[in-house]
Ligand binder design. Structure first.
Ligand SMILES: Cc1cc2nc3c(=O)[nH]c(=O)nc-3n(C[C@H](O)[C@H](O)[C@H](O)COP(=O)(O)OP(=O)(O)OC[C@H]3O[C@@H](n4cnc5c(N)ncnc54)[C@H](O)[C@@H]3O)c2cc1C
Length: 398
C-alpha cells in the first residue's frame, strides 16, 4: 500500500504538508512528495482540496462494510461470561444508529449451546445467531486459532470482538496475526464513526494519560479485546429475535497439522479466590511494607469474606501472583466495596476499579490521589486502622 500523488491535480497548496502528523510530505518541484516516514494514516487524502492524493494497493474487499458483528462468547462453568455479554449488549445499543443492517453473532466453543445456563439471556440482549464449533472444545489454543481463522476467512465478519480475559488476550492476537488484520487490545469504549461507519475502538494510551481512538480502515475483520466491566448488560426494550444456531465441523484441525494435541488437562489451582467474583475486594499496595504484612491482610480478608487483590508493585516484588493485579495491565473489577490499603491511586490502578460501587481508601498520606476517588477516606497507618475497618466491613456485609 502507498499514497499516490497525481501531479496534474496537485497545486502545491501545502495543506497536506501542514496537516501530516509525521512530517512525511514535502513539496518538490511544485508537487507533494511522500517521504518514507509515511505511515498511511490517510489524513493527507482527507484534507487535500484537489483530491490529488489517494491510497493505492488496497483491495476493495478489505475496505467494505459487509459482514456481521461477531463476538467471541467465552464459557466458564457452562455459562457465557458477563464480559462477553457486555460486548453483545454494547453492540446492540450501537447498532440502533447504524445505517447498514447487521446481526450480532456469537462465536462459541461449547458442546451443547442450548444447555448453557444463561442461554435464554443471549437473545434477550440482542444476539441473533450463534456459530459453535464443538470439536474445538479440548483443542490447544494454537489449533483453535488456526481453525477459527479458516472459519472467519470463509464467513467474513465485519468485526470480531473478544472479552479481554486471559483466554481472549491469548486467542485474539494469534487470530489477528493469522488473519493479517489489526487488533486493539483492552478497549474501554466502542462506537461507530458516523462518517466512515468504521468501528472506533478506544483505549487508554501513554500510561492512561490520554484515550486513543483507533480504527482499522483497510483490514477485516476489525478486531479488539474489550475490558470487562466497561459496559452494562442491558435487556432489550423491544421483543427479542429468534436465535439461530449453526454447528460447524472443524476441517482445519487435524493431528496431521503437526500441532500439539491435549491429552489431559490439569485444573489450575490458586490459593486465592478469583477477584472478579467477590462483592468485597481488599487491594494491597506498596504501603503494606512487607510480604508478612500481606499474610495478615489475607487473614483479614478471609474474616470478612473478601478477595485479596493488589497493585502492580506487589506483583513485581513477587508477593502476590499476577492474576490478583488490578489496573491497566491487570484486571478490571466491579465489586460492591473496594478497599485500597496503602495504594497511592495511580491512573493505571484506578482504571481497574472504575466499576467499584464504594471505594474505601486507607493511606497515611492525606494528599494521596486515591482520596480523590474514594467514598470513604481513612488517613493513617494500615495496621492501626485494620480493626476499625473490619468492624465497618462486617457491618456493611450484613
Ligand atoms: C504501562 C503501565 C502499566 C501499569 N499498570 C498497572 C496496573 O495494572 N496496576 C497497578 O496497580 N499499577 C500499574 N502500573 C504502575 C503504576 O504506575 C503505579 O506505579 C502503581 O500503581 C503504584 O502502586 P502503589 O499505589 O501500590 O504504590 P505507591 O505509588 O508507591 O503508593 C504506596 C502508597 O502507600 C502509602 N503508604 C505507605 N505506607 C503506608 C502505611 N503504613 N499505611 C498507609 N499507607 C501507607 C503511601 O502514602 C503511598 O500513597 C503501571 C504502570 C505503567 C507504566
Amino acid at each position: 500500500m502507498r499514497i499516490e500523488v497525481v501531479a496534474e491535480k496537485c497545486n502545491a497548496c501545502q495543506l497536506c504538508v501542514k496537516k501530516c502528523p509525521y512530517s512525511a510530505i514535502q513539496i518538490q518541484n511544485k508537487c507533494a512528495h511522500i517521504l518514507p516516514a509515511c505511515i498511511l494514516c490517510g489524513i493527507c487524502i482527507e484534507v487535500c482540496p484537489q483530491k490529488a492524493l489517494s491510497l493505492i494497493g488496497v483491495k476493495q474487499q478489505s475496505m467494505d462494510l459487509n459482514g456481521d458483528l461477531w463476538v467471541y462468547l467465552e464459557i466458564q462453568n457452562e455459562t457465557v461470561t458477563i464480559p462477553s455479554l457486555e460486548i453483545v449488549s454494547k453492540l446492540h445499543f450501537l447498532l440502533q444508529d447504524y445505517p447498514h443492517p447487521k446481526k450480532i453473532i456469537g462465536l462459541i466453543i461449547a458442546k451443547e449451546v442450548p444447555s448453557l445456563k444463561n442461554y435464554s439471556q443471549l437473545s434477550d440482549i440482542g444476539l441473533e445467531g450463534i456459530i459453535t464449533i464443538p470439536s474445538l472444545m479440548d483443542a490447544p489454543l494454537e489449533n483453535k486459532a488456526i481453525a477459527l481463522s479458516s472459519i472467519i476467512q470463509q464467513q467474513k465478519p465485519l468485526s470480531l470482538l473478544f472479552p479481554a480475559s486471559d483466554e481472549g488476550r491469548d486467542l485474539a492476537p494469534r487470530l489477528a496475526t493469522l488473519l493479517e488484520t489489526g487488533l486493539t487490545a483492552d478497549c474501554t469504549e466502542l462506537s461507530f464513526d458516523p462518517r466512515t461507519h468504521l468501528l472506533v475502538q478506544t483505549r487508554p494510551a501513554f500510561s492512561g494519560d490520554l484515550m486513543a481512538s483507533i480504527v482499522c480502515p483497510f483490514h477485516r475483520p476489525m478486531m479488539a479485546t474489550v475490558r470487562p466491566h466497561s459496559f452494562p448488560v442491558l435487556p432489550l426494550s423491544e421483543s427479542s429475535k429468534p436465535l439461530s444456531i449453526t454447528v460447524l465441523e472443524d476441517h482445519a484441525l487435524s493431528s496431521e497439522m503437526g500441532l500439539p494435541l491435549v491429552l489431559e488437562k490439569e485444573p489450575k489451582h490458586s490459593l486465592f479466590p478469583p477477584i472478579e467474583d467477590k462483592s468485597i475486594v481488599i487491594g494491597v499496595g506498596r504501603g503494606i511494607g512487607s510480604k508478612e504484612n500481606i499474610d495478615l491482610v489475607y487473614e483479614f480478608a478471609q474474616s470478612v469474606n473478601a478477595a485479596i487483590a493488589c497493585s502492580r508493585p506487589i506483583v513485581d516484588h513477587g508477593w502476590l501472583p499476577s492474576e490478583l493485579q488490578v489496573g491497566m495491565s491487570g484486571k478490571s473489577i466491579a465489586p460492591k466495596i473496594y478497599v485500597a490499603l496503602g495504594i497511592s491511586g495511580s491512573v493505571q490502578h484506578l482504571t481497574g476499579i472504575k466499576g467499584a460501587e464504594l471505594i474505601i481508601a486507607v493511606n497515611k498520606d492525606e494528599e494521596a490521589p486515591i482520596f480523590q476517588v474514594a467514598h470513604v477516606s481513612l488517613v493513617g497507618d494500615i495496621r492501626t486502622l485494620l480493626p476499625e475497618l473490619k468492624r465497618y466491613l462486617i457491618q456493611e456485609a450484613k
